[in-house]
Design a protein around this ligand. Structure first.
Ligand SMILES: *Cc1c(COP(=O)(O)O)cnc(C)c1O
Length: 709
């Protein structure tokens, strides 16, 4: 080995460490291949964590492994792509802003769902925040995120033999994660503080690199804090109202203070849901301290804040009792120079009502220059809900708009699917996800033959089934049989495969499909045209009804008449989701309208050739056009919840029986379901360019961030 080769390998090793500490690898399969190749076992056992893989390998081994020329070259290729991604100047935002400098978006969210190795999210809200950040990076938007570092994360789910969900909270170790402690020039942690009750609570932060974007995760686990303050940030949405107010104080007030410590002055503060709305009070405090009048200060705050609401029902909004709030914010309030009622009024619809609770959504709405819901229907529902607050004579005058959610397509794409598009469309499409002309090509059977699409579907369905069979081994004790004997009978690679996975919130109505048990039983067991179902999802630890829904589905999966045809996968997370959304033929979503503000899981399947079968709610109400999937119900819902349940259940099974199953099994002499494939093309062509976060984030920039020239 000569010196220049040594230099090359050392450079590659340094590059690998930089790469592992940037979640860019989570949406770049070539980068993942490198860590997978370094240690396949560790890659799997760490839930695909690049940092954990590198930690488990000595410098000597890395040097030796990189002596293999082909491997070194593939590492260098990945590192070059990484470097050019980070430094690229011609981004969408650069073009849009004509190079304007000095803008910065600060995006506050109580959770970020970025990757399965970082369990700091509970569900759709977090996944949306994660996808938002990845697209902000891809589009070149100056962007910083704020959240909490949850040492115990969100819970891990185990299902007991009786079907009941049990939760555990493993400790996560920041040294094993793609995060870095934020330190000053002397290497000491940067520490900021927030007044809580009569105390001062200190926190440091971890930096999470997401491509060109950065997220700061605040952590109160410091020696100088009392024990109960050290645990503020231990669990995602953990504890009672007291913990929630304390978490939200750290997130909102602490978030602004931490940005200041770093010398950052964002030009827009985006609140993703109301949890972070205390940030407006901290901004207000800063303005007052700088000598502004209250009116000027409020005006300044409003000019800098935007708010996205995600909650379509009044009961879903964070509300705190006046006593609790005043107690926990007392010292902070003194710094604001407000009396008790003045502070509380910011979170009240009726500022003179001293009984009214303090609502985070009200605070956010009052202190933002603009607010939006996350689908067209949700925007409308929100305008109706807040009409009296805004004193509007009609809902149309309420200043709440909408931007429909999306998903970060590259991050959700299975490797097999990525290769498929690479083969048929080349590489350019990656940079034009929201360009309709790119996806219009999908209608051309000369470019993409039916046969290729059908082969893709079969390949992806097989991948899912292999995954389920591997995974079921570890949860099989709850079924109690010899796994080796039965594993090949779990799921049928030729059967129509329907997926249902999401949080088991009761409004999502997981058991709806089983309303007429005999009828679904007959469909599943039809030997000519079988149907199979894959379920996954967690119920909130305090939601016993959600847990009973899980128990019901797990019960069906153990019923001898349904065994291997109805499957429940434990511990739903981003990894389980990724396998499910790519493998299933049909994605079922049947929430109670209009409770699904947007929903995003159905958007993830489209690029893989899956089809949506959903209620006319949230995004699907906009996406469905009559020929790109199937719809349950119409643009209307009954106030009678039980009646609506019956209607939806009967229409669901009706469409399944008379439309979906026949179309899936209607094959020509080559075994290909032409009509089905035609529907898949329509789905891709119409949905991909719309329901992605590149389109969504660009909408935020143009409509709400005011980041133009
Ligand atoms: C996409 C996703 C969600 C959101 O699913 P919805 O069906 O839109 O509620 C929740 N959890 C995980 C892990 C996801 O990947």
């Amino acid at each position: 080995m000569n010196n220049s080769f040594m230099e090359r390998t050392e450079k590659a090793i340094a590059g690998l460490h930089r790469l592992a500490n940037n979640l860019w690898w989570t949406w770049n399969p070539r980068a993942q291949d490198v860590f997978h190749a370094l240690s396949e076992r560790k890659w799997r056992s760490s839930n695909h964590n690049a940092v954990a893989v590198l930690k488990s390998i000595s410098h000597a081994e890395l040097q030796a492994r990189l002596c293999e020329k082909e491997f070194l070259q593939s590492v260098e290729t990945v590192l070059q792509a990484f470097e050019s991604y980070l430094t690229k100047e011609e981004t969408w935002y650069h073009e849009y802003s004509s190079g304007a400098d000095g803008k910065l978006v600060a995006y506050f969210s109580a959770e970020f769902g970025l990757h399965e190795c970082l369990p700091i999210y509970s569900g759709g809200l977090g996944v949306l925040a994660g996808d938002h950040t990845k697209s902000a990076s891809d589009l070149g938007i100056p962007f910083v995120g704020i959240s909490l570092f949850y040492r115990n994360g969100y819970f891990q789910q185990r299902i007991a033999p009786d079907g009941w969900q049990h939760e555990s909270y493993p400790l996560i170790d920041p040294h094993e994660l793609p995060v870095e402690l934020v330190t000053d020039a002397d290497g000491n942690p940067v520490v900021a503080s927030v007044e809580i009750g009569h105390s001062t609570v200190h926190f440091h932060a971890y930096r999470l690199n997401v491509g060109r974007a950065t997220i700061y995760l605040l952590d109160t686990n410091r020696d100088e804090n009392d024990l109960h303050y050290r645990e503020i940030s231990s669990r995602v949405y953990g504890g009672d109202s007291t913990t929630r107010v304390m978490q939200e104080s750290i997130l909102g007030i602490g978030g602004v203070r931490f940005l200041r410590k770093l010398g950052l002055a964002p030009t827009v503060y985006h609140m993703n849901e109301g949890h972070s709305a205390f940030l407006t009070l901290e901004l207000l405090r800063e303005q007052l301290e700088a000598g502004s009048s209250r009116e000027e200060a409020e005006h300044w705050v409003r000019r800098h804040c935007v708010f996205t609401t995600h909650t379509p029902v009044p009961a879903g909004h964070d509300r705190f009792s006046p006593d609790l709030l005043d107690h926990l914010l007392s010292k902070f309030r003194e710094r604001l120079g407000f009396d008790e009622q003045t502070l509380l009024a910011y979170g009240r619809e009726d500022v003179s009502n001293k009984e009214e609770t303090f609502c985070m959504t009200v605070l956010a709405l009052r202190m933002s220059r603009a607010a939006n819901g996350v689908s067209e229907l949700h925007g409308r529902v929100s305008r109706e809900m807040w009409q009296s607050f805004f004193n509007a004579s009609s809902p149309d005058e309420v200043p709440i708009g909408h931007i429909t959610n999306g998903v970060h397509i590259l991050g959700w794409m299975a490797n097999r699917t990525r290769q498929f598009w690479h083969k048929h469309l080349g590489d350019k499409w990656i940079y034009y996800l929201k360009k309709e002309a790119i996806w219009a090509q999908v209608s051309d059977p000369d470019l993409i033959p039916d046969e290729d699409l059908w082969a893709l579907r079969y390949g992806l369905r097989r991948d899912l089934i292999e995954y389920v069979r591997r995974r079921m081994r570890h949860q099989f004790h709850s079924v109690g049989a010899d796994y080796n004997e039965v594993q090949d009978s779990i799921l049928n690679p030729d059967a129509l495969t329907i997926g249902f996975a999401r949080r088991f919130a009761t409004y999502k109505r997981a058991p709806l499909l089983f309303r007429d048990f005999e009828r679904i039983l007959a469909l599943i067991n039809d030997s000519e045209r079988p149907v199979q179902l894959v379920f996954a999802g967690k119920a909130h630890p305090r939601d016993d009804q959600g847990k009973s829904f899980i128990q019901q589905i797990v019960g069906y999966s153990k019923n001898p008449a349904l065994f291997g045809k109805v499957v429940f996968l434990e511990n739903y997370d981003i990894n389980v989701a990724r396998h499910m959304i790519s493998g299933v033929d049909v994605w079922l979503n049947n929430p109670r309208r209009p409770m699904e503000a947007s929903g995003t899981s159905g958007m993830k399947i489209v690029i893989h050739g899956g089809l949506n079968f959903s209620i006319q709610d949230g995004w699907w109400r906009e996406g469905y056009n009559g020929e790109n999937g199937w719809s349950i119900g119409d643009d209307h819902h009954d106030q009678d919840v039980a009646l609506q349940y019956e209607k939806d259940a009967s229409q669901l099974i009706e469409i399944l029986e008379n439309q979906l199953i026949p179309e899936f099994y209607n094959r020509d002499e080559f075994g290909i379901p032409r009509q089905w494939i035609q529907r898949v093309r329509k789905s891709m062509e119409t949905l991909i360019p719309q329901f992605n976060t590149d389109r969504m984030v660009a909408d935020y920039v143009m409509k709400y961030y005011d980041l133009g020239k």
